[in-house]
Design a protein around this ligand. Structure first.
Ligand SMILES: [Zn+2]
Length: 520
């Protein structure tokens, strides 16, 4: 299939949905996807910036003043909570975005926790309308809402909304989003960088021109002598005069590019493949133009308007409240427990411990079997210990654990050297199931000094002998108590160290047992 045919087909699809979402973009190694011309209002905004002199003083001093923008991650998986894009991928993606925007004086940080959305019908986004529904349900105000989900049904790597477009229509401070396919969000991929450009009002450099190369932006940048036509870069294409006229609305590889396509003056198009907003391959893309940078920054601040007025940028709402103070992160983490090559860890009970890293407020744990990711855990505090009590590890298997320090602003630190530990039979398997009918213990995970509640199905006036033993089988508490009129016993949990316990309760000839985890 010729790329242009595919492009046309997708353009038709997008035309049908244009009024709903006005999707902005996509790029993919496999599918050349053209989409969403910037609406007239967004082009006029750029023209007004030029008319009001914003591009005249291209703003080295402005760039020195870094703008911090909050992002909120929404990650879509199946109804049973599988298939989510990984922590590792999300944090690397944010790290690389910050590296690419660093010279622009724009940086991004996470606001709030990652929002996991179990919804099988959205793991491969069926339509732009579906994105509008997700936005309306989940968008958070005053952040850049980022959704990671499969986009292959739309043949897209990503898409974004220009300012003033997308769902929900109001309030404007939670309108629109950026959608990214995990398969186009790997190391070195510039999809997010490109989509962020759209979100901050940048059109494609080939806007309109790719559809009719003779009728839109001309190659020349000067006032010409007839019959040649003069430069129209300020009023055609992407409205920028420092992005070369571009006719390539499909994927292209930049080195050795030999254009044979000419504009109305018979000048050869020589599009700039180093621009992130072009459709050149990701490994070509390294830059935004000065006017593009000025336009993005303008959307985030006040700019001079006509007659001495000031014009608020359409994304200024992202600047308040400001970013909290975050430290830089110095050093890397090391796993100190389990010991490397240690054995005998119950598959459902492994204590991980690592050294504290200055500046880190979170730690991302990664458990792999060989190179297959088994489990990711985000310890959302400065704690340096985590007790794994999950079900994804098997007995008698060597696993590898590593840890990455991070905070909401710094996600570029490497994972630690992996250490290997080998599991054994899970601890206490089957106990919970045996006695589930006759009593209940809650909470089974103690994260505070709350009482343990022992609720018996049948109330008895006999005394109850209660025993707590730790993971090593040592008795740590023994008490005799009586049920209240409702068959309930409240057991003070104060003073119990973190760990896994077996709780047993004996009354008459009946013995009940249950696992309890303390992880305060
Ligand atoms: Zn695009």
């Amino acid at each position: 299939m010729k790329p242009l045919k595919l492009l046309n087909r997708i353009s038709i699809l997008l035309t049908l949905t244009f009024l709903v979402m006005q999707p902005a973009a996509a790029q993919d190694w496999t599918y050349p996807c053209g989409t969403g011309d910037a609406p007239r209002a967004n082009l006029d905004y750029i023209s007004q910036l030029r008319a009001n002199g914003v591009f005249d003083h291209l703003n080295v001093e402005q760039v020195g003043n870094t703008i911090f923008l909050p992002v909120k991650f929404h990650v879509i998986g199946s109804n049973t909570g599988t298939g989510y894009f990984t922590h590792e991928g999300i944090f690397r993606n944010l790290c690389e975005l910050n590296q690419k925007y660093n010279s622009l004086g724009i940086q991004f940080f996470m606001r709030g926790d990652i929002n996991y959305i179990p919804n099988s019908s959205m793991t491969n986004l069926p339509s732009f309308e579906a994105a509008g529904v997700l936005n309306t349900q989940h968008n958070v105000a005053r952040v850049i809402n980022i959704y990671y989900t499969g986009l292959s049904a739309l043949s897209l790597c990503g898409f974004a909304n220009f300012p003033g477009t997308g769902e929900p229509q109001s309030p404007s401070n939670r309108q629109g989003a950026i959608y990214l396919s995990p398969s186009c969000s790997g190391a070195g991929n510039s999809t997010w960088t490109h989509e962020m450009g759209h979100f901050l009002n940048l059109p494609h450099p080939f806007q309109n021109t790719s559809e009719a190369p003779q009728q839109h932006e001309r190659v020349t940048r000067i006032t010409e002598t007839p019959p040649r036509l003069s430069a129209n870069c300020a009023d055609a294409g992407d409205r920028f005069c420092d992005t070369e006229a571009d006719f390539r609305g499909d994927r292209w590889n930049c080195p050795g590019f030999n254009s044979t396509v000419r504009d109305i003056n018979q000048d050869l198009f020589l599009p700039n493949g180093t621009l992130y907003m072009s459709y050149s391959d990701d490994n070509c893309q390294t830059t935004f133009s000065p006017e593009q940078i000025a336009a993005m920054r303008a959307t985030l601040t006040f700019t001079p308007g006509p007659g001495g007025s000031t014009v608020p940028g359409p994304r200024m709402y992202l600047l308040s409240p400001p970013m909290p103070a975050y430290d830089t992160i110095i050093g890397t983490a090391n796993v100190v427990e389990p010991a490397n090559n240690s054995t005998g860890h119950p598959a459902n009970w492994v204590v991980f411990r690592w050294n504290r890293v200055p500046g880190a407020t979170m730690y991302a744990l990664r458990i792999r079997r060989n190179f297959t990711l088994m489990e990711e855990i985000l310890v959302n505090s400065a704690d340096t210990v985590y007790t794994y009590t999950g079900t994804k590890l098997s007995a008698n298997v060597p696993y590898r654990i590593s840890v990455m320090p991070l905070n909401h602003k710094v996600t570029c630190r490497p994972y630690s050297t992996e250490i290997t530990f080998t599991t054994t039979t899970p601890f206490g398997v089957g106990i919970d199931e045996e006695s589930a009918q006759s009593w209940n213990v809650y909470p089974s995970l103690l994260q505070s000094d709350a009482d343990l509640h022992l609720q018996f199905a049948t109330r008895s006036t006999d005394p109850v002998d209660i025993r707590l033993t730790d993971g090593m089988g040592r008795l740590v508490r023994a008490e005799t108590m009586n049920m209240d009129d409702n068959g309930l016993i409240r057991l003070n949990s104060g003073g119990l160290p973190n760990g896994l316990y077996l709780l047993s309760a004996q009354t008459g000839a009946q013995t009940y047992t249950r696992r309890v985890v303390v992880n305060r």
